[in-house]
Design a protein around this ligand. Structure first.
Ligand code: ZN
Length: 257
């Protein structure tokens, strides 16, 4: 039987720490950013994050859309799949549990059914360095083909983790995509970049008679290091946060709570 796993359970009675509050707020920001970049669908994906070294994480429930998620919506869940979890955890919880277990370096996971990533996976498009975003995923975007169904079993989660390897993203064929990061900022920026890289690659595929140029391998490496440095990722995140705040009075209240 699932038990309610609220923040008190997570923190052993000491309440929600400042770091946890910030984590939940950043998860809600990430959800809103994903929404404004085309990741919404009725089946809903998830965004989750943990503090480094934690054996638990916070995740957006399935019934809450990216476009409406708030910090207080985030629910705690254990990394250990054998432990009980809150009833309002999303059905694809095993995907997140498997990835956190297999990738200690990962502190944030985004899974969505965004259309361009989904179509790139279905067409088995190899991402080329046509754009800056494309440079991130050259030879670093595996496709998971074992099943296209919702990830309901931990074994499927482990298989996806195996397919992901040490990469930052994996396409789930006829399902969607998964992006991981050391921080929620990095995962969110990478999810944004993945969708744009796939969209541009699909545009190129729609013009088969017109050749296109691609960045050199030297430039690919330089772009990865410079354009997507930690400093740049923070700047990209801050820009996205400002954008969602401009579009929502509700979101602007989060920082004052
Ligand atoms: Zn899914």
């Amino acid at each position: 039987m699932a038990v309610h796993c609220d923040t008190t359970t997570v923190t052993a009675g000491r309440g929600v720490s400042r770091a946890e509050s910030a984590l939940k707020r950043n998860l809600a920001y990430a959800a809103r950013i994903l929404s404004q970049n085309g990741h919404d669908d009725l089946n809903q994906g998830q965004v989750s994050a943990r503090l480094p070294g934690w054996d638990q994480f916070y995740i957006k429930p399935a019934v809450i859309g990216f476009n409406e998620a708030c910090p207080d919506d985030m629910v705690a869940a254990p990394v250990d799949h054998s432990l009980e979890h809150a009833a309002n955890c999303p059905p694809e919880l095993p995907l997140h549990q498997a990835l956190y277990e297999r990738r200690p370096d990962v502190n944030a996971i985004i899974h969505s059914h965004a259309p361009y990533g989904l179509m790139a996976g279905a067409k088995a498009l190899a991402i080329e360095p046509i754009s800056h975003e494309g440079a991130l995923f050259v030879d670093a975007l595996p496709r998971f083909v074992q099943t296209s169904h919702t990830v309901l079993e931990i074994e499927t989660g482990y298989a996806i983790a195996d397919c992901l390897g040490n990469c930052a993203a994996v396409l789930l064929v006829n399902h969607g995509s998964v992006v991981v990061g050391e921080t929620i900022r990095a995962a969110t920026v990478m999810a944004h970049a993945l969708e744009r890289a796939c969209r541009i690659q699909l545009m190129a595929a729609m013009l088969p008679g017109i050749p296109h140029s691609v960045a050199s391998s030297d430039d690919v490496e330089r772009k990865r290091r410079y354009i997507y440095s930690d400093t740049s990722i923070k700047a990209f995140w801050d820009y996205c946060v400002r954008t969602v705040e401009r579009n929502s009075a509700e979101v602007r209240q989060w920082k004052t709570r």
